[in-house]
Design a protein. Structure first.
Length: 278
């Protein structure tokens, strides 16, 4: 990993609790890459998040860049998140497009606050593994929670956009949860191909995503019609789209697959230890 450059992308909104733990991880990541740049996108917060960012920048001025959102926040949560992620993508496209990788890390109070398993991170960068993925995310010891971003197997479409979304997500979990557990037990070093996955922390090959963007909107043209039919049949639920908001990661990953034939993978090992408050 020492030969690679990487942007670390941190969207920050009311992250006073989680951000210090994530910045601890950033300091560890800095030792593993030849060159890093830490990109903050700060949104209107009511806590001490901005003060924490500024203190980090004072100590790490040469590797830090801050973008502050001066626009009015949307009432749609994932529109705000997509705007933040696109803001950091814009910085990458403008100034760091020659960097080998970027990592998106959530700074909330649960996703990425455990100690990082740095050996797990190193495994996906080995010569035998690095060509197997264009984006890779991971499990966590605290549990896989991000079924909202997950498009997998016969479940490419968001469960919230089905007539009975509780049934739709239950069917997804019934299939994915035991499958992931089996992979962790029997094939922990095998990558799991998906259409979309995040789980709080994901690594991206920069060149594969420069022509893509995050969006909370649903773009039905990005979905395979046969897969949608299979999901409808398997769940027994009708697609209704009354819920307009979609996970911003799904558009980003599906667009990269369509434009660049990107390999979106889950590595079944945990990237973060179970959180224990110090």
């Amino acid at each position: 990993m020492k030969k690679y450059s990487c942007c670390i992308c941190l969207p920050v909104y009311n992250s006073e609790f989680g951000l210090p733990y994530v910045l601890k991880t950033v300091k560890i990541l800095r030792r593993e890459f030849k060159q890093i740049q830490v990109l903050f996108f700060y949104d209107h917060s009511s806590d001490k998040s901005l003060s924490i960012i500024n203190n980090f920048i004072k100590e790490n001025l040469s590797i830090s860049k801050l973008c502050i959102n001066n626009n009015q926040r949307s009432v749609v949560r994932t529109e705000n998140i997509a705007f933040a992620r696109n803001g950091m993508l814009h910085m990458i496209k403008s100034d760091y497009s020659d960097y080998d990788f970027f990592i998106m890390i959530d700074t909330n109070d649960y996703s990425c606050i455990g100690n990082i398993h740095i050996e797990t991170l190193k495994e996906v960068f080995t010569p035998t593994n690095i060509d197997k993925w264009d984006s890779v995310s991971f499990d966590r010891e605290d549990g896989y929670y991000d079924h909202w971003a997950l498009s997998y197997g016969d479940f490419p479409y968001s469960f919230f956009h089905f007539e009975n979304w509780r049934v739709a997500v239950a069917k997804l979990r019934e299939e994915f949860v035991p499958f992931l557990e089996n992979c962790k037990k029997n094939n922990p070093e095998d990558f799991i191909p998906v259409y979309s996955a995040f789980n709080g922390f994901a690594i991206y090959k920069t060149s594969q995503f420069l022509n893509c963007s995050y969006s909370a909107d649903i773009n039905i043209s990005l979905f395979d019609s046969e897969l949608l039919s299979k999901q409808i049949e398997k769940t027994g639920c009708r697609i209704v789209n009354h819920f307009k908001e979609d996970c911003e990661h799904r558009h980003f990953h599906l667009e990269s697959i369509k434009k660049n034939n990107s390999k979106i993978m889950i590595y079944p090992k945990s990237i973060f230890q179970k959180f224990v408050k110090e």
